[in-house]
Write a protein that binds this ligand. Structure first.
Ligand code: HEC
Length: 170
C-alpha cells in the first residue's frame, strides 16, 4: 500500500500539471467594440452619465472590456468571462437600441433600481475596482437619467407594446 504522503504528493503534482495546462486555454476577449446599436444612437446620453457608465458598467455590459492583468491567469480568465457573458446577456449598452421597446423599457427601470440600491456594479467588482463604486450623486445622476428615458417611452408607446415578453428557457 502506498503511504499517505506519497498519495498527497501525487495529487499535488496532478493539480500543478492541470494548472499549467489550462494556462494555454484563453477565452476570446470581449473587445469587438461594435457600437452600431449603441444606446446613444436612439436616446440622449449626457456626457456625465456616459462617463459613469463607461467607468462603472462597461466592463460587463458592453462590447468592450478593459481587462485587468490577472485576466492572463487561468482559471481567473474563465471566471471573468462568465461574469461578462452573464452581464452582457442581461444588458448590453452597445446593443441597447436593437432591443424591442418593451425590453428597453424594462431594462431602464432595472438600471435605476439596481443602481439606487447599490447592487450594481456588483460588489466583487468594486472590491478591486474602487473607482467604479458610485457615490450618492452619481447614483442619482444615472437613476434620474434612466427614469426620465423610462417615462418618455411610457408616454410615447401603447401600454401593450411595453409588456415583457416571456423569457425563453435557456
Ligand atoms: C463585474 C461585472 C458587472 C459590472 C461592472 C456591472 N454589472 Fe450589471 N450585471 C452583471 C451581471 C453578472 C448581471 C446578471 C446577473 C445578476 O443579476 O447578478 C448584471 C445584471 C444587471 C442588470 C439586470 C438586468 C436584468 O434584466 O435583470 C442591470 C440593470 C445592470 N446589471 C446594470 C448595471 C449598471 C447600470 C452598472 C454600472 C453602474 C453595472 N450593471 C455594472 C455584472 C456587472
Amino acid at each position: 500500500m502506498k503511504s499517505k504522503g506519497k498519495i498527497f504528493k501525487n495529487i499535488g503534482i496532478g493539480l500543478l500539471v492541470i494548472l499549467v495546462v489550462i494556462q494555454f486555454f484563453h477565452p476570446e476577449r470581449n473587445q469587438s467594440g461594435d457600437i452600431s446599436q449603441d444606446i446613444s444612437k436612439k436616446y440622449p446620453v449626457p456626457d456625465s452619465v456616459q462617463a459613469i457608465l463607461k467607468a462603472s458598467c462597461y466592463d460587463c455590459h458592453s462590447n468592450h472590456t478593459e481587462y485587468p492583468w490577472y485576466n492572463n491567469i487561468q482559471p481567473v480568465a474563465w471566471w471573468l468571462e462568465h461574469h461578462i457573458n452573464e452581464g452582457k446577456r442581461d444588458l448590453n449598452f452597445n446593443t441597447f437600441s436593437s432591443y424591442r421597446i418593451g425590453r428597453q423599457y424594462h431594462k431602464l427601470e432595472k438600471i435605476a433600481k439596481l443602481v439606487n440600491e447599490g447592487e450594481m456594479p456588483i460588489s466583487s467588482y468594486t472590491l478591486i475596482h474602487r473607482y467604479a463604486k458610485l457615490d450618492d450623486a452619481q447614483k442619482k445622476l444615472v437613476a434620474d437619467w434612466a427614469n426620465s428615458l423610462h417615462d418618455s417611452i411610457k408616454a410615447s408607446y401603447p401600454a401593450d407594446s411595453l409588456k415583457m415578453a416571456k423569457r425563453k428557457p435557456q
